[in-house]
Design a protein around this ligand. Structure first.
Ligand SMILES: NC(=O)c1ccc[n+]([C@@H]2O[C@H](COP(=O)([O-])OP(=O)(O)OC[C@H]3O[C@@H](n4cnc5c(N)ncnc54)[C@H](OP(=O)(O)O)[C@@H]3O)[C@@H](O)[C@H]2O)c1
Length: 303
């Protein structure tokens, strides 16, 4: 578990204002954003594990995923997001972390994905064991599944110090009405949802609601499950990419997401070490301002 002070000590805090462009820096610092509930800073790019870490018992793949995590931490990364829904991913994370040894950089985020309070408790205990964590940094309710039953446990566990933050997730634009209601009425510290340069529905209501109600926001599917990176790879980078220190489309897509003022971090998933290094580089250098964000949308829509 990474404490607030340890993280704050490692990283320089910065927050993007809607109409500011962060000037390019010769040794750019890592972009971090504050978790509204506490002010703790976390890096604006984390990592997802759906499919990519579901590699079962394959020793070679497990070693390669360990290298991906090492690359992630070496680049300043912290938040790793998983779920019991992701096959062997939680077990593989635990394996990798055992090999890495030093757990300090890790901001552990998993989910409860089952029905009933009792099964939820059992599943969360199992996740602790698989990751080798005594206290998750963040426990989220996956896809709103039986959220009323799990919320009670999450509140109790937080009060007991067994987890640090609570959260709730959705994706693919599902159940936004219900999530909006939950965001206003329930005490979740984090919300996780889908937002990318093509799927921008969250801009209308959920992102402003999260900001107004002091919720941290995690963005899943920043590459639309790889569809956007694959589609854009056929096109040269626009001239403005260099203004925001991007050398690849993946960085353009990530900077678009993490420069939204309500977004705390994005969690792209990758099975490749070079892609991990590339993605973490999006956490550094100049960021798009509001005007450039509009231009990015318009230009990419024509491709
Ligand atoms: N309801 C929920 O709670 C929910 C739902 C969806 C997702 N999530 C979380 O969000 C995470 C991210 O979403 P996602 O995995 O669906 O999709 P994503 O991160 O948008 O896309 C992943 C795909 O992008 C490719 N990619 C990654 N970096 C790249 C790069 N630099 N250049 C080119 N391609 C790149 C990966 O391929 P390579 O392996 O080849 O790099 C992979 O196929 C998940 O892993 C999961 O942790 C949560």
């Amino acid at each position: 578990m990474a404490s607030a002070s340890a993280l704050a000590g490692q990283m320089l805090a910065s927050r993007i204002l809607p109409s500011s462009v962060m000037a390019a820096d010769p040794a750019p610092t890592l972009l971090t954003h504050a978790i509204p509930a506490t002010g703790e800073q976390i890096p604006a790019v984390g990592m997802g594990t759906w499919i990519t870490f579901n590699v079962g018992n394959d020793e070679k793949l497990r070693e390669q995923r360990t290298e991906i995590l090492k690359t992630f931490f070496a680049a300043g990364g912290a938040m790793v997001d998983s779920s019991p829904m992701y096959g062997s991913s939680e077990e593989v994370i635990g394996y990798c972390m055992d090999r890495i040894g030093d757990r300090k950089p890790l901001f552990s985020a998993t989910k409860v994905w089952t029905v009933s309070k009792w099964l939820g408790v059992r599943q969360m205990r199992e996740s602790e064991s698989l990751w080798g964590e005594q206290q998750f940094d963040l426990m989220q309710i996956h896809n709103l599944l039986d959220w009323e039953a799990h919320l009670e446990t999450l509140k109790d566990w937080k009060a007991e110090g067994r987890l640090r933050y609570t959260g709730i997730t959705t994706s693919h634009g599902r159940r936004h009405d219900e999530l909006a209601d939950i965001l206003v009425k329930q005490p979740f510290d984090f919300v996780q949802l889908t937002y990318n340069i093509q799927d921008r529905e969250a801009e209308n209501r959920l992102l402003p609601l999260a900001a107004d109600n002091g919720r941290a926001v995690i963005i899943n599917r920043p590459f639309r499950r790889g569809e956007l990176t694959a589609k854009l790879a056929k096109h040269p980078l626009p001239g403005w990419a260099s203004e925001i220190d991007c050398t690849t489309w993946a960085q353009v897509l990530l900077k678009f997401v993490i420069s939204h003022p309500a977004v705390t971090c994005a969690i792209p998933a990758t099975s490749r070490i070079d892609h991990m290094a590339e993605n973490m580089a999006a956490c550094r250098g100049a960021m798009p301002d509001a005007a450039l964000r509009k231009r990015m949308i318009a230009d990419i829509e024509t491709l």
